[in-house]
Design a protein around this ligand. Structure first.
Ligand SMILES: [Zn+2]
Length: 246
């Protein structure tokens, strides 16, 4: 059955691009059939692009996929901090009762399940995150020693992320901007600037591909330029997705 990222995606949650197929197996499964030749048994893990998970509990399993809590726990163990927290954030933001919604009781269960082996990754989730990119940027800023505030109301809008008193960071996500969105973003930028905020706007590609070379220097320059150095002690300790924070 579908597990991990593949199950999470079926619940409408964000997963890494080209995540491959993540399959959940019964605890005692040790041999699989080839996906290209059903009569051929293959050793576990031998299929390229297929990630295997042996499940050890059942919370809300369905015929073709593991339950939501299990899928998210498998993501914590499989894809690491950023995408698992992005998926958990997104699940908590879904409409109550809708598919893929993680309510507070199940969130606490997930945190309990994840405690130990994976540190407290599930506990890094916050309620209110609006997009996976925002979740990823928030986590990286926290690792830099900064204290990002998400979805801060400024005038009629909510800024994606605010650092200190005067820096807004807007995350543009993966979707192609419509003309309407373009106009609304300019309106947001102008309103934030009028309230005295410096606005930095980053795309998905910039965050994922140019974090250390472009995004971090831009943020640090903006913080230094404004004389706002909250958490500056963290600047010296490096940053970026490859750092091991466990
Ligand atoms: Zn997986």
């Amino acid at each position: 059955m579908l597990g991990c990222c593949s199950a999470a995606e079926s619940y409408g949650l964000p997963v890494p691009q080209q995540a491959g197929l993540h399959v959940a197996l019964e605890p005692n499964s040790s041999r699989l059939r080839s996906s290209t030749n059903a009569s051929r048994h293959v050793p576990a893990g031998a299929e390229p692009g297929v990630h295997l998970h042996w499940r050890d509990r059942r919370v809300g399993h369905q015929r073709f996929r593991v339950g939501l809590v299990d899928a998210l726990q498998q993501m914590v163990l499989c894809v690491g901090e950023e995408w698992s927290v992005a998926a958990i954030d997104a699940a908590r933001m879904k409409t109550p009762g809708s598919e893929g919604h993680l309510d507070d009781a199940f969130y606490r269960m997930l945190v309990r399940f994840c405690a130990g082996a994976s540190g407290d990754i599930a506990g890094l989730s916050v309620r209110g995150a609006e997009s996976p990119l925002e979740s990823i940027v928030r986590l990286r800023l926290q690792r830099m020693g900064l204290e990002p505030v998400i979805q801060l109301p400024i005038g009629k809008y909510r800024a994606d992320i605010v650092i200190g008193d005067r820096l807004v960071i807007e995350c543009d996500g993966t979707q192609h901007a419509t003309a309407e969105q373009f106009v609304r973003d300019r309106d947001r930028d102008a309103l934030f600037a009028a309230r005295g905020y410096r606005v930095l706007r980053f795309t998905y590609a910039q965050v994922m591909q140019s974090w250390d070379s472009l995004v971090v220097p831009a943020i640090l320059a903006a913080l230094h330029g404004s004389g706002d150095l909250h958490g500056s002690g963290g600047f010296l300790h490096g940053s970026g997705r490859n750092r091991d924070f466990s």
